[in-house]
Design a protein around this ligand. Structure first.
Ligand SMILES: NC(=O)c1ccc[n+]([C@@H]2O[C@H](COP(=O)([O-])OP(=O)(O)OC[C@H]3O[C@@H](n4cnc5c(N)ncnc54)[C@H](OP(=O)(O)O)[C@@H]3O)[C@@H](O)[C@H]2O)c1
Length: 327
């Protein structure tokens, strides 16, 4: 497995595993099957696992805790705090207060069954708490050894700069893929300037870029994606030509569309680490194998040009989900 440095002190496998879908959002959970996928990820060389307290809520960290205990695995664990929600409800509030960060961190350590979290993210920025105060609270957790590195999710460039002035930010985690390239305008350049790693979440466009929703098929009615503006049938229909472009290049390269989506991300900078999510062992293998796919500069440029010409209709989230995005 190739590795990448998010920062000089945080080396991770070049592809991580997003564990969110093992608990909710994309269909019913199956812990036994998920534990097998986690095992397989480890066997394939993945050493970077992504979770959050609000996935489940809490179920996802508990599941990872079971996995870590059973395999005594030496992995880099990333989790997040700051989105407060109750089981069964999507409605949330955002809380970045330092005492809440501490309380959340201690609860996550317990659920994960570890005494150290390698990368601890602010899941969404709380505009009611100055980022400087949040960073000071997190810096104290670093000093005590409870967390190794600090990350921020979906943060604006202005807030990122202020946060980094208080304590080094090691990683930004934001949605980034062939159909979500907003981070390229200011956040990615700032990450490069400040030496901050970039973790690309939903790198497969929540599955859309793999072609699985290509021929009129849609996620199940109960699936979270059905609520997203971007996944509304009229918006999806407009974007299917984007997947045709990816599929054509995949055919040329004798690989899968999912692998083109991941190879494109990996080629955007050596500080970028995608964390595709899957509950399917075959998809997991395919995603890891994307590391073998090398796109030449003209292919990368042609791909960018082709996808840029296709408008992406529909926001990434509902207004509720947009709370704290780009804040
Ligand atoms: N910081 C944040 O706010 C935030 C928000 C969202 C997600 N995340 C993190 O990012 C991780 C990844 O994002 P994501 O899960 O939303 O989206 P994603 O990785 O873009 O897509 C996941 C979807 O694609 C499918 N899939 C995966 N590999 C495939 C393949 N090779 N072929 C066909 N289908 C494939 C999965 O289904 P199968 O299970 O059937 O493979 C699942 O439905 C999450 O698990 C979570 O850890 C963070």
């Amino acid at each position: 497995m190739q590795t990448r440095n998010l920062t000089s002190t945080l080396n991770v496998s070049a592809i991580g595993l997003g564990c969110m879908g093992m608990s909710e959002f994309y269909g019913p959970r199956n812990d036994e099957a998920s534990l097998k996928v986690l095992d397989k990820a480890l066997d394939l060389g993945i050493r970077f696992f992504d979770t959050a307290d609000m996935y489940g809520p809490w179920h996802n960290e508990e599941l990872l805790g079971k996995f870590i205990a059973s395999r005594k695995a030496d992995v880099r664990l990333a989790t997040k705090f700051g989105i407060v929600r109750r089981p069964g409800e999507y409605r949330r509030s955002i809380n970045n207060a330092p005492d809440y960060a501490r309380q959340s961190c201690e609860a996550s350590l317990k659920r994960l069954g570890v005494d150290h979290i390698d990368l601890y993210y602010v899941h969404r920025v709380d505009t009611g708490v100055p980022i400087e105060e949040t960073m000071q609270g997190l810096a104290a957790l670093v000093k005590e050894g409870k967390i190794g590195h600090i990350g921020l999710c979906e943060v604006s460039a202005a807030t990122l700069r202020r946060a980094h002035a208080v304590h080094p930010v090691s990683a930004v985690q934001t949605e980034y893929s062939l159909w979500s390239r907003e981070a390229e305008s200011s956040v990615l350049p700032l990450c490069r300037e400040l030496g901050i790693g970039f973790v690309a979440y939903s790198p497969l466009g929540r599955g859309f870029l793999t072609g699985r929703f290509q021929h009129g098929s849609m996620p199940a009615d109960s699936d979270f994606r059905r609520t997203l503006p971007r996944f509304q049938p009229e918006n999806l229909a407009q974007k299917r030509s984007l997947v045709d472009v990816i599929a054509a290049l995949a055919a040329q390269q004798q690989c899968q569309p999912s692998q083109i989506a991941l190879a494109w991300l990996l080629a955007q900078g050596d500080n970028i680490v995608p964390i595709p999510g899957t509950c399917n062992p075959l998809h997991l293998e395919e995603n890891v194998d994307a590391l073998r796919v090398r796109l030449a500069v003209p292919e990368l440029e042609a791909l960018r040009q082709a996808v840029s010409a296709i408008p992406v209709a529909g926001e990434r989230y509902t207004p509720e989900g947009m709370k704290g995005v780009n804040a």
